[in-house]
Write a protein that binds this ligand. Sequence first.
Ligand code: TXA
Ligand code: MG
Length: 318
Amino acid sequence: MNEAYATRLIAPDTAGLAEAAALLRAGELVALPTETVYGLAGDARNDRAVARIFEAKGRPRFNPLIVHLPDIAQAHAFARFSPDAERLADAFWPGPLTLVLPLREDAGLSPLVTAGNDSVAIRVPAHPVAQGLLRAFGGPLAAPSANPSGKVSPTRAAHVLAGLGGRIAAVIDGGVCAVGLESSIVALDPTRLLRPGGLPAEAIEACLGAALAQGADPAKPLSPGQLASHYAPAAGLRLHAKAPHPGEVWIGFGPCPTAALNLSPTGDLVEAAANLFHALREADALAGPGGQIAVAPIPECGLGRAINDRLRRAAAPR
Ligand code: TXA
Ligand code: MG
């Protein structure tokens, strides 16, 4: 593992974006804020840069990466869009939706990005700093969440530094991520939801005018974001906890006066999503080695589905 970097914290202004774009052109890695979570970006056409992403994260090679682009027009250079794909892109880009689409043969992406598949995951992020960096760089950026593999996704620059400091060239500090959950991932033809995320499944279904199948196409490899025990704090995790057991750190939702932390005291799922990973980290620190976290029940609707999906993975035996 390369720990040789003095990871720089870069301001999200014009000079900072130019500096970050120059690092990316040199094949270096830069963590950037998006509206969902911080991403660890590298030039998606540069094999070495992409390989360094896997190295820095300690991520298994077979996990394909999301390619980030500034707009729909540029996305067309990398993938083929069916009518449903066009409709979803028009409705939700830029925003917290990733589409898995057939890869164009002439796309010029490093095969490491797609893990050798003939499909590519594409996202057009809405965050102004992500947009600014994509335009300053002028090419496709491969960017998984900027956390060591198996750890919770970062929603602040400080989270990135805590997990990847010393392993990457720079972090652009864009403050707190507004959505706080990774993008929803939709594969097309047949249309199915590979990963619930920051865009509620109900909104996707309303746009398509049809129910979404859930889960992977059995003929294709599972999206590794769906693996059990993917988002794991060090402490044990008990879900649907209406009250804590002795010694547990209780994460509340709605009115929970004795909770150590609360995802949203008013029971707002958007606020809860934005706080989720931060709360898991804080609870993990409070619980200490061998400790136990309990989480209050979260309703299984809207963003609550994605929150519960993340919590179930975090609670999975490992
Ligand atoms: O919100 C997000 O999506 C964030 C920000 C940084 O954009 N990115 C993110 O990336 O969550 P990552 O790598 O942590 O998760 C991407 C998921 C993985 O589970 C990966 O396996 C899946 O997308 N994926 C990528 N390409 C795929 C493909 N061609 N087919 C199926 N799944 C794919
Ligand atoms: Mg991730």
